[in-house]
Design a protein around this ligand. Structure first.
Ligand SMILES: *[C@@H]1O[C@H](CO)[C@@H](O)[C@H](O)[C@H]1NC(C)=O
Ligand SMILES: *[C@@H]1O[C@H](CO)[C@@H](O)[C@H](O)[C@H]1NC(C)=O
Length: 173
């Protein structure tokens, strides 16, 4: 079926609007929920040098000692990877090859040097009284570069797509 020019423009406009809405909404949501850490996601990714990086976007609670604990569970066994909770020790094999950094404005990042998963694993992190967990399927660990590239792409995608959306709009009118 042949569409008239006006109809074609209207369809194009609809497609662009949907595309723009999909692209813009996560960005807008991020801004809206700045004060609400429940919207932040925990991520696990592999660096090019094979370090495994676990980010824990939990805010430290005021009026508490800030303490963190990263652990993982394989089946029913829970293994502490790195912690500064007093009186708690990490698994000996992780004592010298992991480190934790504090992120700005909040959150913690665990780096496990040259570590690759050998089975499905659930990663957990605790900060003060809050806890997050993420199930990571073996063979589905993302590359860290892919994650940051994706996030960096948003402004570019928007500046690329916005003019097209406006052109379509002008054609439709
Ligand atoms: C644990 O680390 C946090 C953040 O670096 C720090 O503020 C806190 O004092 C540390 N806690 C202990 C018990 O060392
Ligand atoms: C890992 O988890 C996936 C999804 O739950 C499951 O399909 C798969 O069989 C699991 N693999 C192993 C080795 O347990």
């Amino acid at each position: 079926m042949r569409l008239l020019k006006g109809q074609r423009a209207a369809v194009n406009l609809l497609v662009w609007n949907v595309a723009l809405a999909v692209l813009i909404s996560p960005v807008l949501c991020d801004d809206d929920d700045d004060d609400d850490d429940s919207e932040d996601i925990m991520t696990v990714c592999q660096e090019e040098d094979k370090d495994l990086r676990v980010t824990c976007p939990l805010r430290a609670k005021p009026n508490y000692h800030t303490e963190y604990e990263f652990s993982m569970s394989k089946g029913s066994k829970e293994i502490i990877i790195n912690t500064n909770v007093s009186g708690t020790m990490p698994e000996p094999k992780f004592r010298h090859n992991t480190r934790v950094e504090q992120l700005e404005p909040y959150g913690f990042r665990l780096t496990m040097m040259r570590f690759t998963l050998t089975e499905n694993t659930t990663f957990m992190c605790k900060v003060t009284k809050a806890e997050m967990r993420l199930f990571v399927e073996l063979d589905s660990v993302q590359a860290c570069s892919a994650i940051s590239l994706f996030l960096q792409s948003y402004p570019w995608l928007l500046t690329l797509l916005l003019p097209f959306g406006i052109i379509q709009l002008m054609e439709a009118l």
